[in-house]
Design a protein. Structure first.
Length: 338
């Protein structure tokens, strides 16, 4: 006999039957800002993941730097690579904990949509022009709520927006365990990804790795990810919190310290970050003085002019920002031979 229940309803039945009591059921979502009919095929969180991946902001992540390990371009890691690494880690942990994997995936896919060009330099540059420090997690929420889809936003579920807003370590605790999973996955993806690339391009050698980390987590980046995922599952199973054990937390902290001191904190990279910050801050100044030069999509959002400028500059990829800086700030040719 053919079932009269839709594929989405069958998914909801599977969630009730198989997920942990701490999981977020899609049928219990707090919903969207604008009510819309339920999709007959997909759960709300599956719909959200598809909307995020189809957005313009997601497509631009491939040309935004997440980290630059060497000023000659070696070790470049894009925001898209970082995003997908975090998605894989988040889904692995969520599935093992019997949490809602679709919700974790949607949060992980959308968490960096508001990230700027030039990695950490972007937050520093835009913070010069905002009352509160510019935070890419907060701007990611603005992107999905107000800027995408010609200013209409993506109308994502409340749980996905909460997870995006709280995925950074300096934010409040996510409201769902799936959001907590993504918060940890984002940190692991950043630390392991940067160290893995630093080892590959020769910025670091194996002997530079802290013994406390390799003893607990293993010798290689693949070992670290596998051990951290397993430790998280063991520590967090059937509890209302996603956490690492004490030893694993200390090991991850040691790896983070190594990144801060020997990788992202190196003189050459700090100088490159300063150049990126100068590029973006110069563009903010230019468009603040010339708001009519902003693209129409950003001039018609109803936001104050300064916010329109921030929205546009934050959207730029590395390449687009450099082209605009060259076009708007540098002389086209010298009138004299040098």
């Amino acid at each position: 006999m053919t079932s009269s229940r839709s594929p989405r309803e069958r998914t909801e039945d599977l969630e009730r039957a198989s997920l942990s009591g701490w999981a977020t059921l899609s049928v219990e979502s707090k919903g969207r800002e604008q009510t819309e009919p339920a999709d007959p095929l997909r759960s709300p969180f599956q719909v959200d993941a598809h909307r995020i991946m189809a957005s313009g902001a997601f497509g631009r992540l491939r040309d935004k730097t997440h980290v630059l390990l060497a000023v000659n371009g070696e070790g470049y890691r894009s925001r898209l690579e970082h995003t997908m690494f975090g998605v894989r880690i988040g889904r692995t942990i969520a599935r093992a904990l019997r949490l809602n994997e679709d919700l974790a995936e949607a949060i992980a896919l959308g968490r960096d949509l508001g990230a700027t060009a030039f990695a950490r330099a972007g937050d520093e540059a835009l913070s010069l022009f905002t009352e509160e420090p510019f935070r890419h997690n907060h701007h990611s929420v603005r992107v999905v709520e107000r800027l995408e889809a010609d200013g209409h936003g993506l109308n994502l579920s409340w749980e996905v927006r909460d997870g995006i807003a709280t995925h950074s370590g300096d934010a409040q605790t996510p409201a769902t365990l799936e959001g907590q999973v993504v918060r940890l996955a984002d940190r692991v993806a950043a630390v392991v990804g940067e160290l893995r690339d630093a080892l590959l391009v020769g910025v670091l050698a194996d002997e530079d790795l802290p013994a406390v980390a390799t003893t607990i987590l293993g010798a290689t980046p693949a070992d670290w990810v596998r051990t951290i995922c397993a430790d998280t599952v063991t520590t967090s199973m059937d509890t209302p919190e996603v956490a690492l054990s004490g030893p694993a937390e200390r090991a991850l902290d040691a790896l983070q310290d190594l990144v801060d001191q020997r990788v992202s904190g190196r003189h050459g990279i700090l100088a490159e970050r300063a150049r990126g910050a100068h590029c973006l801050s110069s563009l903010v100044v230019f468009y603040t003085d010339n708001p009519g030069r902003l693209p129409a999509a950003y001039r018609h959002t109803g936001a104050p002019e300064q916010q329109q400028v921030i929205d546009f500059v934050a959207s730029l990829t590395d390449g687009h920002a450099l082209r605009l800086f060259t076009q708007l700030m540098l002389p086209r040719r010298s009138p004299h031979r040098l």
